[in-house]
Design a protein around this ligand. Structure first.
Ligand code: AMP
Ligand code: GLY
Length: 425
């Protein structure tokens, strides 16, 4: 099978690495890819927002499956465009991808389907005065979210009226999220540990991969700004088998059904971002794709044929037995450019990439080749994933940091407490 992966992050490197294991694979292309993906497939430089060019490439290379990694091309309808040309795609069409790009829509789907989530109220930007009055009478903390896509940065937990009002000013007056901030949600603050669950679905049937836990904040002990994710581990022990059954029956199944009834059949990976509260799991967000860096820990702990799984979903006949959990565990630590998630410098040479450790995979994200040197080219630069075959999380963690210590680039920043939450429990 010829496969094209769309995207250029650590997630896409992890997807490429897993698909590469499949005996069904013939040729693997990544558009545009990164330095890591160029070592296992062929990077293709075509602007992915030019859908017609992507379609032409697929026809020319006889692509059997396109896997779309990031939300932006999904929300822009790339999957629809490819399907119109009878090209098989793993990833939802535009009408289903709104579950991520319109948080108020997602809340309404959840309300209709009876899915547990925090209460919320939505306000458009022309109601600034009404928002102020609402915030004055609110209990804190509360959570404010820009309604649209904001690269994981559109959410703030506000501890006081002043916090809340200044975030609203940033969104409504300074327009830091542009159109994505045309509406905001003010949401109940939920307490508990977070977990990410990926449901692979053909629109009707689904299978859940092992749960993982991301580390969204930039600082140690979950402090500071939200980022795309600074590290992850899987499986997440907080998600017991009983809880997973509840997540499937009360969250995933009714959401897929509700989307389908609304004429928005979802084919791809439905990512449920959850908080496990004292009254059970509640959804804080849905994404229309795999998580990053969660993919870098979930895929390495699967056995079976991942390509077969994705193809069967894209083909409308999910093979629920194509992959299963292999009993191991994985920890991924993200090495970022100092300054991220705000501004940072790039173009620094990365040293130490030639070391090889058993059961360690270095996933590239913001890297590029510059005069035969691999240099930093983004906020999140690398994801160092270590696997422990026996499922020993403490060993996986120390191996990930041991490998990370061999790597160096100017202004490298990483958190030292990835997976500690699970280890403390
Ligand atoms: P999101 O982009 O919606 O995943 O939100 C980013 C982060 O904000 C989450 O990972 C949580 O840490 C936090 N967050 C979002 N919604 C809530 C909520 N309702 N209660 C508490 N924390 C939240
Ligand atoms: N790691 C969070 C996300 O992918 O949205």
């Amino acid at each position: 099978m010829n496969v094209l992966i769309i995207g250029s992050g650590g997630r896409e490197h992890a997807i490429a690495y897993k698909i590469k294991e499949s005996p069904k694979l013939s040729e693997l292309f990544i558009m545009p890819g990164n330095t890591g993906t160029s070592q296992i497939g062929e990077n293709v430089i075509i602007n992915i927002s030019k859908h017609t060019e992507v379609v032409h490439f697929c026809i020319e290379k006889k692509i059997d499956l396109v896997v779309i990694g990031p939300e932006q091309p999904l929300v822009e309808g790339l999957a629809d465009h490819l399907r119109e040309h009878r090209i098989k795609v793993f990833g939802p069409g535009k009408r289903a991808a709104v579950i991520e790009s319109d948080k108020i829509f997602a809340k309404k789907i959840m309300q209709k389907a009876g899915v547990p989530t925090g209460y919320f109220i939505g306000f458009p930007s022309n109601m600034h005065q009404a928002v102020k009055e609402y915030l004055l009478n609110k209990k804190y903390p509360c959570v404010i979210k820009a309604n649209g896509l904001a690269a994981g940065k559109g959410v703030t937990v506000c501890n006081s009226y002043d916090d809340a009002e200044s975030f609203i000013e940033e969104i409504f007056d300074n327009k830091i999220f542009g159109e994505a901030g045309e509406q905001v949600l003010i949401e109940e603050f939920l307490e508990g540990q977070e977990a990410s669950v990926f449901a692979i679905t053909d629109g009707k049937k689904f299978v859940c991969l092992p749960a993982s836990q991301d580390h969204k904040r930039i600082g140690e002990n979950d402090t500071g700004k939200n980022t795309g994710g600074m590290g992850a581990y899987a499986p997440a022990p907080i998600i017991t088998d009983k809880l997973m059954d509840e997540i499937k029956s009360r969250i995933i199944e009714p959401t897929l059904k509700s989307l389908s009834e609304d004429g928005r059949e979802f084919i791809g990976c439905l990512y449920a971002g959850l908080i496990i509260t004292s009254t059970g799991p509640k959804v804080i967000e849905f994404n229309c794709r795999f998580g990053d860096p969660e993919t870098q820990v979930v895929l390495p702990i699967l056995k079976g044929d991942f390509l077969k799984l994705l193809y069967s979903a894209a083909n409308g006949n999910l093979d629920e037995t194509a992959v299963e959990f292999n009993g191991s565990c994985a920890v991924c630590v993200v090495a970022a450019s100092k300054g991220y998630p705000d501004s940072y410098e790039k173009g620094f040479e990365i040293e130490g990439l030639n070391f090889s450790f058993p059961d360690v995979v270095i996933f590239h994200a913001g890297t590029k080749l510059d005069q035969n040197k691999i240099v930093t080219n983004g906020g999140r630069v690398l994801g160092i994933t270590a696997i422990n075959q026996k499922g020993n999380l403490a060993s996986a963690k120390s191996k990930a940091y041991e490998a990370l210590n061999k790597i160096n680039f100017r202004n490298m920043y990483y958190r030292t407490d990835i997976a500690d939450k699970a280890l403390k429990n």
